[in-house]
Design a protein around this ligand. Structure first.
Ligand code: ADP
Ligand code: MG
Length: 208
């Protein structure tokens, strides 16, 4: 199974739906260690993404993801908008067409690199990077072991969810939560949590 235009559209729509369903939870998490806007930030961003995709000629999966990123950058004010926006733009730009599972893994790696270039977060800083890094590693390990796209995406989603849970004992060293110092310990990071939602959405739409 290649990652084609239909899957790209389905992924972004499923991500938007997941953000809508989990908006309150994301906001609660961000209220504990941030300013309580992560859910509404992403909800606003993905609502605009859906509108942008409706007006988009189906010009290939890379174009769908690039447009998603551009829209997130322009519509989301918080830190997460530029971070996810750059990630989707890099993913779209790096996507080979057709994208087999290994090629999609390379594009995912470009997305993580974009987050790290912009945000300068290391693994363990209690950010998006803490869900994305294990998700990418699991995706690639699965592909290397012969997995197809649905299997690799499911492994990535499981690893992202574990990575998000593993942010609970961490002290934030980047973003707004870092202002809390040790008081950021004991809470799950909102951005790592939304990253897990994005990977779960990918797994859901690729599963036949
Ligand atoms: P803001 O912090 O501006 O209110 P959001 O609430 O939308 O923005 O997003 C907060 C999330 O952004 C955090 O939970 C964290 O995961 C992520 N984040 C913040 N700074 C960084 C960074 N430098 N690198 C990676 N992720 C980051
Ligand atoms: Mg916030």
């Amino acid at each position: 199974m290649d990652f084609d235009t239909r899957l790209a559209q389905a992924w972004v729509r499923a991500a938007a739906a997941a953000v809508g369903e989990e908006q309150e939870r994301l906001t609660e998490l961000d209220s504990a260690i941030g300013d309580g806007d992560h859910g509404s930030n992403l909800q606003r961003g993905f609502t605009a993404v859906l509108a942008a995709l409706d007006g988009l000629d189906p010009a290939g999966p890379g174009a769908v993801l690039t447009r998603t990123g551009t829209t997130l950058i322009s519509k989301v004010g918080g830190a997460s908008g530029p971070l996810y926006g750059k990630a989707f733009r890099a993913l779209g730009a790096a996507l080979p067409e057709p994208a087999d599972p290994a090629g999609f893994g390379d594009a995912l790696a470009a997305g993580l690199q974009a987050v790290r270039d912009l945000g300068k977060a290391e693994p363990g800083d209690k950010t998006i990077v803490d869900a994305y890094t294990p998700a990418l590693a699991a995706f690639r390990a699965a592909v290397a072991a012969g997995a197809d796209l649905p299997q690799a995406a499911a492994a990535a989603a499981d690893a992202a969810e574990q990575g998000a849970r593993d942010t609970v004992p961490l002290q934030a060293r980047k973003g707004r939560a870092s202002y809390l110092g040790p008081r950021s310990v004991g809470h799950q990071d909102p951005g790592a949590t939304s990253t897990a939602l994005l990977f779960r959405a990918l797994a859901d739409v690729t599963t036949p």
